[in-house]
Write a protein that binds this ligand. Structure first.
Ligand code: HEM
Length: 450
């Protein structure tokens, strides 16, 4: 066995490398890249990106050598003038302190209190639907998760003012998403129309969050929301976060914490519309456990199939379809030596569609995630929330939210596809449907919305 293995390379165009092909259809391009082996070097113009596609290599990057890898410069650059240094983009000591300060706000016992809010907003959205109506499922799921994150972050209802804020956030995310997709970008201090728009949106949002902080500091109210927890968070030496840092983290949580779950639910309904047996099993579980009463936190242990459906959706349609790192020192992963500065990319999309870990990978089959079957899947072949110390801090929040919304909707509605409707997953910052997700809603029976 050689000490160090050769890494195959996809060179593409002599000047631009694979940029054009990657941008044209990133998901298909990455699938093609996996045919070169478990690690392949992709030439993005002058930059090499090492694309890895094996659970052991993923483990080596995210866990064994976690401290030798930092978030990539593209991610840092894209967020810097939006949310500064924050939990998502920072590294080393700064990141460690933020993670320690923020972790308690995301513990199961802290977020359990949000379950009723999650069900409230799912039920409120359902009231807009009727039998045989066409529903924009992606827009509907985004409304529900945006209402939930706004309420759980700031204990505020989504009224006209917060709706405008939500729109500003959404627009901001769109622009940052465009930035993350670019290897080369204009400096952010240049007054391009995009940069000016970003700064206008950021100023507005920061002023709004500062208003919430001022109110809270003045009233000393503990409303039990995320803002209260971040305001109370203290280090071992009794120091907390500055207002500026809290604002940056709130912007980050809003950005990371609602679209991802909205698109998970969107694709779950898409898959269920195409798999009636799975839907039936989900409805049986929901009917047996809940009947026509509303779901609560205490029901979740009795709704295992809803968890299996969400996990299977995350496998086949992972919202975070890829993420990247840069090696801060020379490092060995598996039998491969990477130089200092090497960029590494991994993809929950390709890992989740690999027949080595998931036989008949294109079938939507939640049974893969029954306790017995899940135990046979290599841990780092299922990475929708990343892994290691940088694993998604909101993963329990997201799973609870997705399951409660799924179960609540499944009590009252099912969806079918329109015969002529076509949509497919494409990559933006998060994975989303190319053509939206217009499905036909059907009331199950006359179950009153309680
Ligand atoms: C289905 C929903 C979600 C998915 C698929 C998802 C996915 C991810 C992934 C893959 C990462 C790691 C990225 C990397 O290693 O480079 C991450 C990190 C993060 N996520 Fe999530 N996420 C979801 C929901 C949420 C929610 C609900 C929140 C907050 C309320 C959240 C907040 C964060 C934060 C702050 C980080 C950075 C953590 C750190 O680096 O310490 N996410 N997420």
């Amino acid at each position: 066995m050689p000490q160090q293995n050769e890494i195959p390379t996809i060179r593409g165009h002599w000047l631009t490398g694979v940029i054009k092909e990657f941008n044209a259809d990133s998901l298909r391009f990455l699938e093609k890249a996996t045919t070169y082996g478990d690690i392949v070097k992709l030439k993005f113009g002058p930059f090499n990106v090492h694309f890895i596609n094996h659970p052991d290599l993923v483990h080596d990057v995210l866990v064994s050598n976690a401290s030798r890898f930092h978030k990539s410069f593209v991610v840092k650059r894209s967020f810097k003038d939006v949310s500064g240094e924050n939990l998502f983009t920072s590294d080393s000591e700064f990141w460690k302190r933020q993670r320690k300060l923020m972790q308690p706000a995301f513990h199961a016992k802290s977020i359990g209190a949000y379950a009723d809010t999650m069900v409230d907003y799912a039920l409120a959205e359902i009231e807009n639907w009727s039998d045989n109506a066409e529903v924009d499922v992606d827009a509907a799921m985004t409304t529900v998760t945006m209402n939930i994150i706004t309420k759980t972050m700031f204990d505020t209802e989504v009224g006209d003012e917060t709706r405008a804020v939500g729109e500003s956030f959404t627009r901001l995310l769109q622009i940052v998403n465009n930035r993350v997709g670019r290897i080369f970008d204009f400096p952010h201090w240049l007054p391009t129309s995009e940069n000016r728009e970003i700064h206008r949106l950021v100023d507005k949002l920061k002023a709004m969050i500062q208003g919430f902080i001022d109110e809270r500091r003045a009233s000393r109210d503990d409303k039990g929301d995320l803002l209260a927890m971040l305001l109370m968070a203290q280090d071992g030496d009794g120091s907390g976060m500055s207002d500026e840092q809290i604002i940056n983290e709130m912007l980050t949580i809003f950005g990371a914490g609602h679209e991802t779950t909205a698109y998970t639910l969107t694709f779950a309904w898409y898959a269920l519309a195409q798999n009636p047996t799975v839907l039936e099993k989900l409805q049986q579980e929901v009917d047996t456990v809940l009947g026509n009463r509303r779901a609560t936190l205490a029901d979740l242990p009795n709704l295992p199939y809803s968890e299996m459906v969400i996990k299977e959706t995350l496998r086949l349609y992972p919202p975070a379809w890829g993420f990247t790192r840069n090696a801060i020192a020379a490092v060995k992963i598996g039998d491969y030596a990477l130089p200092k500065g090497a960029a590494v990319m991994m993809s929950p999309w390709t890992m989740g569609r690999d027949a080595r870990w998931y036989p008949q990978p294109l079938d939507f089959n939640p049974e893969r995630f029954s306790p017995e079957n899940e135990a046979t899947i290599p841990r780092y072949a299922f990475i929708p929330f990343g892994g290691g110390p940088r694993v998604c801090i909101g993963n329990q929040f997201a799973m609870m939210e997705a399951r409660l919304i799924l179960a609540t909707i499944a009590q009252h509605y099912r969806f079918t596809l329109k015969p002529d409707f076509e949509t497919e997953p494409i990559r933006a910052f998060t994975l989303r449907p190319s053509n939206g997700m217009k499905l036909i809603a059907h009331t199950r029976e006359a179950i009153p919305v309680l």
